[in-house]
Design a protein around this ligand. Structure first.
Ligand SMILES: CC(C)(COP(=O)(O)OP(=O)(O)OC[C@H]1O[C@@H](n2cnc3c(N)ncnc32)[C@H](O)[C@@H]1OP(=O)(O)O)[C@@H](O)C(=O)NCCC(=O)NCCS
Length: 180
């Protein structure tokens, strides 16, 4: 039976990295070296949920208040401020990771993790960074009212093109958001 419950990211550093590697179609142990870094990030005041199938972690999502000293915070907030999106750096929740193992995708788990995590945030807005190309993640975010705040271009000297996306909280599915 699939259950979504609060998790401690530091305590589940290795299982979350294994799920992430699977979701990103990397070899099983490809991210294992990041265990110490993930444990350290877990020391921040993260809000985190895991999806469990009979006790085994198959998906997870976590985020943090934008004023927490979380790695990646500075560049993202700097880009937003430089793009004139200052309001998105204030009273904001930063969605750090969302991953579901491929064999559990397409059953609504990603949606449940995203909506559960964002419903726990008390901030006015949520921001995240994601590869810019069309992906299931981008579709999911668009469905819940996220829009592009900043995008980078291929060859722009910043590696893989990415988008910083943002949505007002509470999240509303696109159909409701349009009617509101
Ligand atoms: C993004 C991600 C977390 C989505 O997880 P997921 O569990 O597959 O998400 P959902 O099942 O809620 O939605 C995925 C699709 O399944 C569909 N779906 C959901 N429940 C369904 C069901 N019961 N029956 C049929 N289809 C269903 C959704 O409509 C959606 O369709 P779409 O992609 O055509 O828009 C997952 O694809 C992933 O881990 N990707 C790799 C890592 C990644 O990109 N993470 C985000 C980085 S920012």
């Amino acid at each position: 039976m699939l259950r979504i419950i609060d998790i401690d990211v530091a305590a589940l550093a290795l299982p979350t990295l294994r799920v992430q590697a699977a979701a990103l179609e990397l070899p099983r142990r490809a991210l294992d070296h990041r265990v110490p870094e993930r444990r350290m990030r877990g020391a921040c005041d993260l809000t985190a949920f895991g999806a469990f199938d009979d006790g085994r972690l198959v998906g997870f999502a976590y985020g943090v208040r934008a004023d927490e000293p979380y790695a990646w915070r500075e560049p993202v907030l700097d880009r937003l401020a430089a793009a004139g999106c200052q309001e998105w750096t204030e009273d904001a929740f930063y969605l750090c990771e969302l991953h579901v193992r491929p064999d559990f995708q397409g059953r609504g788990l990603g949606t449940r993790l995203l909506t559960t995590l964002c419903s726990r945030a008390s901030e006015r807005r949520v921001v995240l960074t994601t590869p810019r190309q069309p992906t299931p993640a981008r579709r999911l975010y668009h469905r819940y009212g996220y829009r592009d705040l900043v995008t980078t271009d291929p060859g722009g000297g910043e590696g893989e093109p990415y988008a910083i996306m943002g949505a007002e909280l509470p999240l509303l599915p696109e159909t409701f958001a349009r009617a509101a």
